[in-house]
Design a protein around this ligand. Structure first.
Ligand code: AMP
Length: 399
């Protein structure tokens, strides 16, 4: 079945078409600057077409979806002759609150429930809903599925998700740890079990999703038992520009020192912190930081040391939560590409009997075991593929 996968942000829309029978990527692209001047990128992967970008006004998300559907059915560069060849649409939705513990077929009540979760993700859920509404308007008879970033983490036990603030805040406002990147953590932990040839339900796995946003999760026998992002994606690891966990009293301290509002401090913690803030604004991109680290730039050294230490600390605490670990997986932009970060994180893990094979660690782009055969815990690089995971989930509900 051909599945159209949509990842809709407030001013951008990414899409892929995947044939779930062969798991082949047929087409992909991106609408950017929706509501502004607009730009549309499209690539026919089925016939190996070139990536093409055109500047064109995209006033709203409905127009963006219309561009996507026109491109997919275009006589020259399209991949299908009619929209009937799209069997279903899978939508990435950021926050499913406690309502959604798995993917669901979208109907009016689901849309209402996603809207109710918008309070928890005010930047993301409304944009996701806009994408859903635009697709439903243009493809009214095609089934649609919502796949939630938070759903995989809903198996966390109470002791892992509850914050030690007055309990009524959980009861009244549902303030708790939700976690994000769930589609990736689920995909990678399953893929690791498949790659190792072991039953998913028999493995204790730690997944390190290290991208511009970064999170770690502990997956025990196929279920998430803890994850580092919290009620929002600001919690947990040091990230590109996000602080990760800090002493909450720092907010009050800065607000007094610099006469700042809560909104101003939140902007600093979200946009001006992380390795960017630690490196004094040198870069949030690990390629730049690693280059600077090689020439012993003190800003880069500080940022990368603190980042790798924060990952290693989470691995240690999740090893305790899991009561042992069989496999540690690295994924996403940094996890898949930075042999430097992987080696540095693993240098803290000798107590687990972990040893890294340097040749294996220098490979890129494929599922790889980077630990030595003697290593007591397997360390893996597993490229994530959230779109494929969404396509699989969508197919499972619509076949
Ligand atoms: P993501 O959010 O998963 O797309 O990851 C994006 C981040 O991955 C970038 O900001 C870079 O910091 C990092 N990255 C991408 N390629 C490399 C590379 N070759 N080496 C180190 N880091 C990389």
């Amino acid at each position: 079945m051909n599945i159209l996968v949509i990842n809709c942000g407030s001013s951008s829309l990414k899409f892929q078409v995947i044939d779930t029978d062969t798991e082949q990527l047929l087409a992909k692209g991106l609408c950017e600057r929706i509501g502004l001047d607009g730009s549309f990128t499209y690539q026919n992967k089925k016939d190996g077409g070139d990536k093409k970008t055109v500047q064109t006004p995209i006033p709203d998300h409905r127009e963006a979806i219309r561009l996507v559907l026109d491109a997919l059915t275009d006589a020259q560069s399209g991949i299908i002759s009619s929209l009937d060849e799209i069997g279903a649409v899978g939508h990435r939705v950021v926050h499913g609150g406690e309502k959604f513990t798995q993917s669901v077929v979208i109907d009016d009540s689901v849309i209402e429930a996603i809207r109710e979760c918008a309070e928890l993700a005010p930047l993301h859920n409304p944009a996701n809903l806009t994408g859903i509404a635009a697709c439903r308007a243009l493809m009214p008879h095609t089934p649609m599925v919502a796949v939630f970033d938070t759903a995989f983490h809903q198996t966390m036990p109470e002791e892992a998700y509850i914050y030690a603030i007055p309990y009524r805040y959980y009861n009244e406002y549902k303030i708790r740890r939700y976690g994000f990147h769930g589609t990736s953590h689920s995909f990678v932990s399953k893929e690791a079990a498949r790659f190792l040839g072991q039953p998913y339900e028999s493995l204790k796995t730690i997944v390190c999703h290290l991208g511009n946003g970064a999170s770690v999760s502990a997956v025990k026998y196929g279920k998430c038992i803890d994850t580092s992002m919290g009620m929002t994606p600001l919690d947990g690891l040091i990230m590109g520009t996000r602080s990760g966990s800090i002493d909450p009293a720092i907010m009050e301290f800065i607000s007094h020192k610099e006469y700042m509002t809560v909104e101003g401090i939140m902007r600093i913690l979200n946009k001006e912190s992380g390795v960017w803030g630690l490196s004094n604004g040198l870069s949030s991109d690990f390629r730049d930081l690693e280059t600077a680290y090689e020439s012993e730039n003190e800003n880069a050294v500080r940022a990368l040391n603190a980042f790798c230490y924060s990952v290693a600390k989470f691995i240690g605490s999740y090893t305790a939560a899991l009561n042992g670990v069989d496999a540690i997986c690295f994924t996403a932009g940094i996890g898949e590409n930075s042999s430097f970060v992987r080696a540095k994180v693993c240098s803290y893990l000798g107590y687990l009997g972990i040893a890294i094979d340097e040749t294996q660690n220098s490979k890129r782009g494929e599922d790889t075991v980077i630990s030595t055969p003697e290593s007591r815990v397997k360390v893996l690089v597993i490229p994530t593929n959230e779109e494929l995971a969404i396509a699989r989930e969508t197919y499972a509900l619509c076949r």
